[in-house]
Design a protein around this ligand. Structure first.
Ligand SMILES: NC(=O)c1ccc[n+]([C@@H]2O[C@H](COP(=O)([O-])OP(=O)(O)OC[C@H]3O[C@@H](n4cnc5c(N)ncnc54)[C@H](O)[C@@H]3O)[C@@H](O)[C@H]2O)c1
Length: 448
């Protein structure tokens, strides 16, 4: 098929690459001329695993422009993947989508039939009551007859966007008419490698399904985090042992069921808040979504309290892990950033490091903070160390690294090896509590 993709950001550029990789001709459109130039030169506009290789390998089918008309006239299907930022109320703004709709509508005037697909996350009701009338106005045409309109979000996580797009559990399609839904179904049947379930429905059901999936997953994460805190109060309890057993129940499942820090990033927190806002606005109880959010907001202050409790007067705290999850440079709503901010607010000297997110972290952290250039630099320099993102390199911290380092480690993802843990005088396992390393005790006794 010939596809145009409006918005070449964290979601749109991997989408363009994946579609080209599967043999489709793709024209990307972005208002950011640098992103357009990157695609034209065969470079990825954003950092994401597998993206650079996929763009390089498919250059003959992948181009980009800032010109809507050119892209839409040359293609049959147009995906809208522009930002829908959260408003103060928690609802998503349609401002960027409406701007895109004006230009798409103008181009549609020159076409016989075209399929428009909205993939940005929107509030339930937005496709029918906001986008559809805007496109009809701008094009002078009728939706369902002169052009098709679908709502088709993706279930992807930064750091694994390409893999997630190729292997979804489900393809979700809200459709104006059966012809439009069938075109998207055929497209995804050819693109996905996981033989996903395809669910076709009306717009509002698809919009609410998208929000519900993320609101449910965040509830599951907050549940595991609540369980972790309870475990810390019960001698002998270990959240990993319990979640591994509970997750064996197929009604619950093991995915995203690990007691640790809160969820972050550009989707989970705001999707859950949008779900709350929707329920509240419509007079339905939002209790569960609100409790999920409240529990999530407690995680960073809770860990900052543990760190401060062990920090010697005038001591230095270290935070390693500033991206909101591994394999991304994104720091939006990152727990590591929140913890570092809490410590800085408390007047503590802080040293931070992340394998990929240092540039973004420098924009978010200010004051008495040092930006280190390696994990080892932080480990050597601090009195209390917090491990806040499960980057694999943190699991490679050795006994020798840690032996002459911090007096306490707060390990939110249980990353330190058992041998390294034993060398730490005081070790906090999130979901288990504080313990003293046997080797550290021995070393201390020898010193006496
Ligand atoms: N990133 C994710 O993991 C993810 C996952 C699911 C859903 N989403 C949703 O997808 C949407 C886009 O998210 P993103 O993370 O890709 O955002 P992003 O900010 O990374 O990218 C958006 C891109 O759209 C471009 N843009 C803005 N207005 C435009 C216009 N009028 N015409 C052309 N281009 C325009 C921007 O320049 C930018 O490059 C949001 O609604 C988001 O909630 C994102």
């Amino acid at each position: 098929m010939k596809l145009s993709i409006i918005g070449l950001g964290k979601f749109g550029s991997p989408m363009a690459a994946v579609m080209a990789h599967k043999g489709h001709t793709v024209v990307g459109v972005d208002v950011n001329a640098d992103f357009v130039k990157a695609i034209q030169e065969g470079r990825p506009p954003v950092r994401e695993p597998q993206l650079a290789e996929m763009i390089t390998a498919n250059r003959e089918r992948l181009s980009a422009t800032t010109n809507y008309q050119e892209a839409i006239l040359a293609t049959d299907v147009t995906f809208i993947i522009v930002p829908t930022p959260s408003e103060q109320s928690g609802r998503f703004s349609m401002a960027y989508v409406l701007k895109a709709a004006e230009s798409i509508g103008a181009a549609l005037r020159k076409k016989d039939w075209h399929l428009v697909v909205l993939s940005s996350t929107v509030m339930p009701g937005s496709t029918e009551t906001v986008l559809k009338p805007a496109l009809e106005r701008a094009s002078g045409k009728k939706c369902g007859e002169d052009f098709g309109l679908c709502y088709n979000p993706e279930f992807i996580a930064l750091g694994s966007v390409v893999r997630d797009m190729l292997n979804p559990d489900m393809v979700l399609i809200g459709e104006s008419d059966p012809r439009s839904g069938a075109i998207l179904e055929e497209l995804y049947t050819g693109v996905c490698e996981s033989n996903p379930k395809i669910r076709r429905m009306n717009y509002v059901n698809a919009e609410l399904t998208k929000l519900s999936v993320n609101a449910f997953v965040t509830t599951k994460i907050s549940y595991a985090n609540m369980l972790a805190q309870v475990c810390e109060t019960l001698p002998g309890a270990d959240v990993d042992v319990i979640t591994a057993a509970v997750g064996c129940d197929t009604r619950i499942g093991a995915k995203y069921f690990k007691g640790a820090l809160g969820y972050g990033g550009p989707c989970f927190p705001r999707d859950n808040r949008a779900f709350s806002a929707l329920a509240r606005d419509n007079g339905a109880p939002a209790l569960l979504a609100e409790a999920t959010d409240a529990l999530n907001n407690r995680q960073a202050p809770r860990m900052a309290e543990q760190i401060l409790a062990k920090l010697p007067k005038g001591g230095t705290a270290g935070v390693i892990g500033l991206s909101y999850k591994p394999y991304t440079e994104v720091t939006e709503q990152s727990q590591g950033i929140f913890i570092a901010q809490k410590l800085l607010e408390a007047g503590v000297k802080v040293i931070v490091y992340d394998p990929e997110a240092m540039n973004n972290a420098k924009r978010e952290l200010s004051g008495n903070v040092t930006f280190a250039s390696s994990t080892a630099e932080v480990v050597r320099a601090v009195d209390v160390l917090a491990i806040t993102t499960p980057w694999p390199e943190f699991a490679r911290i050795t006994m020798d690294d840690i032996r002459n380092g911090p007096v306490a480690v707060v390990d939110c993802w249980r990353m330190l090896s058992p041998e390294a843990r034993e060398c730490v005088p005081e070790y906090f396992t999130l979901g288990k509590g504080w313990s003293a390393g046997a080797n550290a005790r021995q070393l201390a006794a020898q010193a006496d």
